[in-house]
Design a protein around this ligand. Structure first.
Ligand code: PLP
Length: 464
């Protein structure tokens, strides 16, 4: 497999190079040159595999044997050995038509662990193999930061700097990031919102001199490896549900911020997984809902909501999907993205919109509906949803057709978002790993949302 950029100006590169490049050097996003498709027979055979076996099968189509098989197996095994559930991503049945895919059994209690525990192992592997220094730089709406830090804390040859929006992450998210005492970790608490953090790091990655001088590496979903790791659980979940229901097409409902997780679902569909509709769940920051329903992509005013990990207006992965839905034309994408930079808006044709709506449905879940969903499910099924997973379930209800089966992604454990749970009048018991965070001291640097100031601080940290 070779990797190319959505903007067409990066020659074909291999898997390890694509991983290390992160954001494509022409400002676009890296994608595989072809999407492999798997036959029904292959899917049938895969349905008997364990989670880690399935990871290795799917990865084998993307890694070109650049990592020897036994070493890749070690990396994958180590990545998922930190999960608290033997199935890694178990599926729970809530009703005949609704299944929940629990993605929060990793060390930081959110789905980000599934890709980032692997990426941590992989960065460490590359650092050792190449004797290279790796400086991870990322922006987080709360969960990516915690997970990426957990994946590389104390690891030789690696430093990590994470920008999070000051006062706009949950208390537990903040504690998970800032109670880490290892010196290879720097937390910047930025005055601004997540979009500001993401824009600043994207600009730093686009400055190729800065990127090379500082040996920058990406953990945000601009990195294709993160998307790839997330395609696996779509397959795994489908296989578990199909054991009960037979091989019928299913919907997936996906709480969405950066369009990363749902793009992984789109890839799984393109690879041959029998997915009916991809249901895109958002909160009040509903730019993607409006795109799917109206064909216009236009970031509006940022809102703080009960589901802070989805408080995103500019979805960095959207460009990947646009590339495919507009006919894989890199020149067109380049001109659209340049125009977007100036005008702040992308509109697609009615014909393209029809293609989008054939594959996606969308629902923006407002605060009251989110909290009501948490309360109702707790009362009716005694299952406590976190506010992001509740958006997924509410959107599934809204968008799934009569009799259709939907697998809704539970992207975080409710213990991470007690702010919303309390508003429902529910008292929860924290898992012990979360409870333990409250007595630990925090390390973070508050900083203005200013690119030059942040660049200087980052450089100093990486050189220290
Ligand atoms: C990151 C995150 C999301 C959104 O995922 P994207 O890949 O950005 O669409 C949803 N829920 C939780 C809990 C998250 O941490």
């Amino acid at each position: 497999m070779e990797y190319i950029s959505t903007r067409g100006k990066v020659g074909s590169i291999g898997f390890v190079d694509a991983f290390m490049m992160g954001l494509a050097n022409d400002g676009g996003l890296l994608i595989p040159k072809e999407i492999p498709t798997f036959s029904e027979g292959t899917l049938q055979a895969w349905s008997k595999l364990s989670y880690t076996e399935l990871v290795l099968e799917i990865f084998s189509y993307f890694t070109n044997d650049e990592i020897p098989a036994d070493e890749l197996k070690e990396l994958v095994t180590a990545s998922y050995s930190t999960f608290r559930h033997p199935e890694v991503t178990p599926v729970k049945k809530l009703s005949d038509e609704l299944y929940l895919l629990e993605l929060f059994h990793g060390p930081t209690f959110a789905f980000k662990d599934i890709a980032l525990q692997f990426m941590g192992q992989f960065y460490s592997y590359v650092a050792k193999k190449k004797g290279a220094k790796i400086h991870i730089l990322g922006a987080t709406s709360g969960d990516t930061g915690a997970s990426a830090i957990e994946g590389v804390r104390g690891k030789e040859g690696i430093k990590i700097c994470i920008l999070h929006p000051h006062g706009k992450v949950s208390k537990v998210q903040e504690l998970q990031m800032t109670t880490v005492q290892e010196d290879n970790v720097l937390n910047l608490s930025v005055d601004g919102n997540f979009d500001d953090c993401q824009r600043i790091i994207k600009e730093l990655f686009a400055d190729l001199d800065f990127k090379a001088e500082n040996q920058l590496a990406a953990i945000n979903s601009i990195n294709f490896v993160r998307i790839l790791a997330q395609t696996v659980y779509y397959f795994y979940a489908y296989f578990q549900v199909a054991k009960e229901t037979g091989s019928v097409k299913v919907n997936f409902s996906v709480p969405t911020g950066n369009f990363g997780d749902i793009f992984a679902g789109y890839l799984a569909k393109r690879m041959g997984l029998p997915i009916n509709k991809l249901i895109l769940a958002t909160n009040e920051n509903n730019i993607l809902e409006r795109f799917i329903n109206e064909g216009v992509y236009m970031p509006g005013d940022f809102r703080m909501t009960h589901s802070p990990s989805m408080d995103i207006q500019v979805a960095s992965n959207f460009e990947r999907y646009l590339y495919y839905v507009l006919g894989e034309d890199a020149e067109l994408i380049t001109s659209i993205m340049e125009q977007f930079k100036v005008e702040g808006e992308i509109s697609i044709s009615a014909e393209a919109l029809a293609k989008v709506q054939a594959e996606f449905a969308a629902h923006g879940v407002l605060g009251a509906e989110c909290l009501a969903t948490i309360s109702n499910y707790k009362e009716e099924t005694n299952y406590l949803l976190d506010p992001h997973s509740a958006c997924g379930v509410a959107a599934a209800k809204q968008c799934a057709g009569e009799g259709e089966i939907t697998i809704s992604l539970a992207t975080a454990h409710p213990g991470k978002f007690n702010e919303a749970i309390e508003l429902c009048g529910i008292e929860q018991q924290y898992p012990e790993q979360i409870q333990a965070l409250f007595n630990q001291s925090q390390r973070q640097t508050r900083i203005a949302g200013d690119k030059a100031a942040i660049a200087a601080t980052i450089e100093q940290f990486y050189r220290s």
